[in-house]
Design a protein around this ligand. Structure first.
Ligand SMILES: [Zn+2]
Length: 454
């Protein structure tokens, strides 16, 4: 009997062990064949001030890593580490060494090397050598305010023109209270920008700062020194009558989704005055937040005067508090100017633009909206009929709509609203020829003179 024939079971066993062994090598972390993964948090720019965040990780564990900065003349090892026991992952914050900071070079190469503790590769493990080219930009954007309105009133508007430059500019905007960001528009010549500003009626203070950021994370800020003019707005305590609740409010409650299934008149009123109003205003704010990306070389605006021979029937900024039987129910701000003349009177806006909305908007009733450019918008609420369509150009001094009492209106009137980048502002300013000249037109004229001199 030969030995070969004697042990067929042994042969199978050995084969089985070999397969298992190979399987172990292929699936175990100990023999994994993946090189460590390296992630550098960077957009390709570095200002040398912000540490570079690098993370390295590996399934079998890291044995070593090394970070080098390579310039045209030098190789600087920033960190070089060998672990005694393997680390699953490392997170590095690489700060620029002084010698790099002193260099005048525009680029450096970041080299990240690492080896894992895998037994693969005849126990040598898997290695990675990752290179990243980084553009060095240590300089902050240059920022200069060219011209601005001297003052801004609470609830009012202003304008600013400034110069901003940086070879790697990323973002330019104006920041004011409550993290509001005003978009800026390119103005007249390269590197100049313009923006209208608005001090929201409900904010006690106003502070605006131009911010310019480059891709390397350098930030420049320029505070706009506006003189703040306080304005007192009326607070009225209004008693809700049963006639009003059972009449207008009951009618409106039938119309809105929000008040379906609500029978209590006071609750209906509260929902209409708060929830429905908030929804309608949100639409207005969204539509009026857009600012064109196109460069403008001028901004001319006529005195706004949408309704001839009209009487002011309610002011901008009225803070209305509602009571029933001596109990507080709700409150709201009146964010436009109510004008009344004859019923179904023709509304003729004095400035051209583009119709951005021409539809029903809850409490505002039938409401067209015009975009006049530079983030300035006007709305016309409670109309009986609208004579324009959305997305059409609007020609100044033509009829946009007729007054009415659609939406939340008791008598026939026009609710005239002016907005700057989604913020309701005092319409009276834009209805005043002298205010426009002193605060807007002259500032722009003056800025152009300064720009031409440079
Ligand atoms: Zn109104």
């Amino acid at each position: 009997m030969s030995r070969r024939n004697k042990s067929p079971i042994g042969g199978v066993l050995i084969f089985g062990l070999l397969v298992a062994g190979a399987g172990f090598v292929y699936t175990s972390d100990m023999f994994e064949r993946e090189q460590p993964s390296v992630v550098v948090e960077s957009n390709g720019y570095w200002n040398l001030k912000k540490p570079l965040n690098i993370s390295i990780d590996d399934a079998s564990g890291l044995g070593s890593y090394k970070v080098t900065l390579k310039t045209s003349t030098d190789e600087i090892v920033v960190v070089d580490e060998n672990f005694i026991s393997p680390e699953r992952d490392v997170k590095l914050k690489i700060k620029a060494p002084r010698s790099v900071y002193a260099l005048k070079e525009k680029t450096v190469t970041l080299i990240v090397e690492s080896t894992d503790t895998s037994k693969w590769n005849f126990l040598k493990g898997n290695s990675v050598r990752a290179k990243y080219k980084l553009r060095i930009d240590k300089r902050r954007p240059r920022l200069n305010i060219v011209s601005h309105s001297y003052k801004i009133s609470k609830g009012g508007s202003a304008v600013v023109i400034f110069k901003a430059s940086d070879e790697n500019m990323d973002e330019i905007y104006i920041e004011s209270n409550n993290d509001k960001k005003f978009k800026v528009q390119e103005f007249y010549k390269d590197g100049y920008y313009i923006s209208l500003l608005a001090w929201p009626l409900i904010d006690d203070n106003f502070k605006a700062t131009v911010i310019a950021k480059d891709f390397a994370g350098n930030i420049a800020k320029a505070y706009i020194p506006l003189y703040l003019k306080e304005k007192n707005y009326r607070v009225s305590n209004i008693k809700l009558s049963d006639r009003f609740l059972k009449g207008k409010i009951a009618d409106l409650a039938e119309e809105f989704v929000e008040t379906q299934g609500i029978d209590n008149s006071l609750e209906q009123f509260r929902i209409i005055n708060e929830d429905v109003r908030a929804k309608n205003e949100k639409l207005i704010h969204e539509l009026s937040s857009k600012v064109s990306d196109a460069r403008i070389s001028d901004f001319k605006i006529n005195r706004m005067y949408p309704l001839r021979n009209a009487q002011v029937v309610a002011h901008f900024g009225d803070h209305r508090k509602y009571f029933y039987d001596g109990n507080y129910i709700s409150e709201s701000y009146h964010l436009g100017l109510d004008l009344a003349s004859n019923s179904m009177a023709k509304i003729k806006p004095q400035n051209s633009g583009k119709i951005v909305y021409a539809d029903f908007n809850g409490l505002y009733g039938h409401m067209p909206m015009i975009d006049h450019g530079l983030g300035l918008y006007t709305i016309y609420g409670h109309c009986s009929s609208i004579k324009v369509n959305s997305d059409e150009p609007f020609r100044a001094k033509t009829v946009i709509a007729n007054t009415g009492k659609s939406g939340y209106a008791m008598g026939d009137h026009l609710h005239f609203g002016v907005l700057v980048q989604g913020i309701e502002v005092r319409p009276q300013e834009w209805m005043d020829k002298d205010w426009i000249r002193i605060n807007i037109t002259n500032i722009i004229k003056n800025a152009k003179k300064i720009i031409d001199r440079n």
